[in-house]
Design a protein around this ligand. Structure first.
Ligand SMILES: [Zn+2]
Length: 438
């Protein structure tokens, strides 16, 4: 009798302290989904005229469409460009005013490393130390270069076998979004508004997002799930321009060139020599921008140089452009016979310029991660995202972590906790929008 009373008291206590019973598990875990998706080769390819750049991306797109439908997602479709769209209906009922929140991740993997025959390897209950990849032991994930490993003791770390990339970028995001939907389906007590989801091709080659149907997607705000370490949320990207400097000389037969030939190579060499060494990608980090001469053509008659300009502040970007123009003037003064011109094009702008008007997007993501027990930080991305494109097309879209690391290489990894905690964050996040709109 007494033991029954204790049991009842314990039960009452448990219910009152936790408020609700633990969640029902999804029908398939984030890890199992991830392991399935990474085995499907979806590598995209540079310089293609079609979207998707590779047909094989459609294999995953069609599979995801089928799985979304099976999870009860509505209006599931694969567009002519291989973009998968769908809507998870609200479970609030009636005329609730919750905004449609979107989640987007990309299906393709980087052209930099093969994504064929990916053989994911689970390093169970990691106990510290460097991780040697089984099929190519020269591929080692070292603690020295990946201090985050120190926080992953006891976790199950997932890597490739050393011969391919893993494809965590961004099949982690895909698996996490799918598992969020699954979790919500198993747990109707979790209240949420309508959720739009999309999986895109060709993020790595920069073509897919141009074909994204913002209006058809149906969300008024969104998140890309394509970031790195747990807890890192990004609402800032570079502002980016590209400069082309052209050096026009005069070619002639070298045997009869005296007094006639104007060799543009010496002018381009002089120009390259003027780049400030403390303003290059290899000498800068964090919030410091750079100029980066990355390619060009060398020819007596005409040489040209392509240069990336990157900064988080538009004023910083303007200053870099001014510098490149001043360098042109200096080289021009030294080589008066070479005709030098500079052309600067805008690539994309820091999405913060827009997202600063939607602070709740970042705040909610931070709070959702916190509720999942994560330490959070706001990180400026030293690059661009599909979200920056969407943000400037009217769909404000910051970026959320995936738990993944070492993108675009054979040392890529994620972990069970990375996948599960990101999924939990997404589940928290949709509930927060419902809570706040009540
Ligand atoms: Zn990515």
């Amino acid at each position: 009798m007494r033991s029954i009373l204790v049991l009842v008291l314990c039960l009452v206590f448990a219910l009152s302290t936790h408020g609700q019973s633990p969640l029902k598990q999804p029908s398939e875990s984030a890890v199992d989904r991830f392991l399935r998706y990474v085995k499907i080769d979806t590598q995209s390819q540079e310089d293609q005229t079609t979207v998707p750049s590779t047909r094989k991306q459609l294999n995953l797109a069609n599979l995801l469409a089928k799985e979304l439908t099976a999870l009860g997602v509505e209006n599931v479709r694969v567009s002519e460009f291989g973009i998968v769209y769908g809507i998870v209906p609200s479970n609030l009922g009636g005329n609730s005013q919750v905004p449609v929140v979107g989640f987007i991740s990309h299906m393709d993997t980087s052209p930099a490393v093969s994504g064929e025959n990916v053989n994911p390897t689970i390093h169970k209950n990691y106990q510290g130390g460097d991780i040697v990849l089984p099929k190519d032991t020269s591929q080692v994930i070292t603690v020295a270069k990946n201090p985050i490993l120190k926080e992953m003791i006891g976790d199950d770390i997932i890597t490739a076998d050393g011969t391919t990339l893993l494809g965590s970028d961004d099949k982690s995001g895909v698996a996490e979004i799918m598992t969020m939907i699954d979790t919500l389906k198993q747990n109707p007590q979790l209240k949420h508004g309508p959720i739009a989801v999309a999986f895109t091709p060709d993020e790595e080659v920069g073509g897919g997002i141009e074909k994204f149907d913002v209006k058809g997607f149906g969300a008024s705000l969104a998140y890309t799930v394509d970031g790195e370490a747990l807890g890192e949320i990004s609402n800032e990207t570079w502002s980016a321009r590209t400069a082309t400097v052209t050096f026009q000389g005069k070619s002639t037969h070298p045997g009869t060139a005296k007094g006639i030939m104007i060799n543009s190579l010496y002018a381009i060499a002089d120009y390259l020599d003027r780049f400030p060494h403390d303003m290059l990608p290899e000498t800068t980090e964090e919030r410091v921008g750079f100029v980066h001469p990355y390619g060009g053509v060398l020819d007596v008659e005409s040489s040209s140089l392509k240069i990336l300009l990157r900064d988080f502040e538009l004023s910083g970007l303007d200053a870099k452009e001014k510098l490149l123009r001043e360098m042109v003037a200096q080289t021009q003064a030294k080589f008066p016979d070479v005709k030098i011109s500079i052309d600067v094009k805008e690539n994309y702008k820091n999405m913060k310029e827009v997202l600063k008007n939607y602070p709740e997007l970042t705040e909610n993501a931070v709070e959702a991660a916190r509720r999942a027990g994560l330490k959070t930080s706001i990180k400026a991305i030293r690059g661009g995202t599909d979200g920056s494109n969407l943000t400037f097309r009217g769909l404000p879209t910051p970026d959320i972590f995936t738990g993944g690391q070492n993108f675009h290489g054979k040392l890529e990894f994620n972990s069970r906790r990375g996948l599960e905690k990101t999924t939990e964050t997404l589940v928290n996040l949709v509930q927060m929008f419902a809570e706040k709109s009540r």
